[in-house]
Ligand binder design. Structure first.
Ligand code: GUN
Ligand code: FE
Length: 445
């Protein structure tokens, strides 16, 4: 027997970049977690199925936050008087170190998972810090939440301030964290960025990636001083991307590169060839004055792009803010360069926040038949209180004026995702043991 039900509401999704499809009063059959069909009428043979009436509500695909630093959650809003490299030294590395204290890590990760859930980011890609014990707790907390995620132990054996690791330790612990995953929360190799990894570490990480066929996430072309530093550190390479390519860290269809603001034409061609996913992080790029990603040009050249909150370079976890910031910086770029071609639309921003990122998880990110049903149900009735709006106008209002409190339900694989369940799982597995015990459990001591 198939598990099935019918959901009624205003469905809106973006099957291709720049296009939108919607059905104002749609009836969706959901079978075994997948979209069966979406029709303007309730079919005769669906009449006996469980019926979830959300007519009047807006239903969109779930969000994917393609780049965030879980260990920077507490630092949101702090230190934006500095550029990237000074900010890392002064604010970021010391904060990442605080997570060695397990109570701190557990409290923060639980709140982070809950806020991701509240905001509808049912998919996310996390950087932990460089510690195996912290990474273990991050895996546990995300697993308990029921969210889908990639989680990486950050590798940094050079220029990592107070968090710099020994190369040996970095490699040994990488080997261990690879076993922490399950079907929803998976490991991803995470060399922080070229300046914080020695050639030896990157080479061996590339070999590990190849051996276990792993995805990789890192940063690229975020700020001008960073790029100049990469040139100094690796004088033999032709560009930033070349550093990662030399060490086997650009893996076809399996690589996320965050920021990608100052790319050369040749880097763009190679990124496309390798079907890299670029994570656009407009809040971060504004807060630490990094620059503006040329999203429309990159899309026209055929690149895949998702959105990242990049907390705590970014200050907001909620993906509506990432969409809003992407829209705004695209308009600033258009004004500065006197070229309207840079301007993103709201439906393009929605594509980036949903399908753009979900595809990296092997998902469709849409409501097409056969897609796994991952969706947010939104009560936006306050936005249509004074006069009716079209579904696309409702999307516009939702992006700029909506908030997590208006999301009434979150569906993952056709199942309601309820955070209370995560709390319960957490209570049943209280993280009361000490760091020593975690390390013992992981076979480190
Ligand atoms: N590059 C290397 N590390 C970081 C980080 O933590 N945040 C951002 N925005 N860029 C980085
Ligand atoms: Fe980042």
């Amino acid at each position: 027997m198939k598990k099935q039900f019918v959901l009624c509401g205003t469905f809106l999704h973006t099957p291709v970049f720049g296009a939108v499809e919607f059905l104002e009063k749609g009836y969706m059959l959901i079978q075994d977690g997948k979209v069966g069909a979406l029709l303007p009428k309730l079919k005769e043979e669906w009449k006996d199925l469980p019926f979830v009436d959300r007519s009047g509500r807006l239903i969109i695909p779930a969000y994917a936050d393609m780049h965030l630093h879980a260990v920077q959650y507490v630092n949101r809003g702090l230190g934006y008087d500095k550029g990237l490299l000074e900010w890392l030294e002064a604010y970021t590395f010391p904060e990442e170190r605080r997570f060695l204290e397990q109570d701190y890590a557990d409290k923060v990760f639980r709140d982070l998972a809950e806020e991701l859930w509240q905001g509808g980011s049912l998919f996310s890609c996390h950087y932990s810090n460089a510690a195996l014990s912290t990474t273990a707790r991050l895996f546990e907390m995300i697993k308990a939440s029921g969210l889908c995620a990639f989680v990486g132990k950050t590798n940094m054996d050079s220029n990592g301030g107070c968090m710099t690791e020994e190369s040996e330790t970095s490699l040994r612990e990488t080997g261990k964290f690879l076993s922490f995953g399950n079907d929803k929360v998976k490991p991803i190799l995470t060399p922080r960025f070229a300046p914080s990894c020695t050639p030896r570490l990157m080479k061996e990480l590339g070999e590990i990636a190849e051996e276990h066929d792993l995805p990789v996430q890192t940063h690229i072309n975020e700020t001008r001083p960073e790029i100049a530093w990469v040139k100094e550190l690796f004088p033999e390479v032709k560009d930033y991307l070349d550093v990662y390519e030399r060490f086997g860290l650009i893996r076809k269809d399996k690589t996320i590169l965050a920021h990608a603001i100052y790319n050369t034409p040749d880097e763009i061609l190679r990124m496309k060839e390798q079907r890299v996913l670029l994570a656009h992080c407009p809040a971060s790029n504004s807060n630490i004055a990094s620059g503006i990603m040329r999203v429309k040009e990159l899309k026209e050249k055929g690149l895949s792009i998702g959105l990242g909150s990049d907390i705590s370079g970014g200050d907001a976890l909620f993906m509506n803010r990432a969409m809003e910031d992407a829209l705004k910086v695209s308009k600033l770029l258009a004004a500065v360069e006197n070229n309207e071609g840079h301007i993103l639309s709201e439906i393009e921003a929605l594509y980036l926040a949903t399908k753009g990122g979900q595809e990296f998880f092997g998902e469709k990110g849409t409501f097409e038949p056969g897609a796994n049903f991952h969706a947010l149900v939104i009560d936006d009735s306050r936005h249509t209180k004074y006069r009716p709006l079209t579904p696309v106008e409702r999307l516009q209002k939702w992006i700029y004026l909506g908030g997590p409190h208006l999301i009434t339900e979150r569906y993952l694989n056709g199942e309601l995702l309820v955070f209370e369940k995560a709390r319960e799982a957490y209570r049943n597995n209280p993280a009361t043991y000490t760091l020593d015990e975690v390390e013992r459990e992981l076979g480190l001591v």
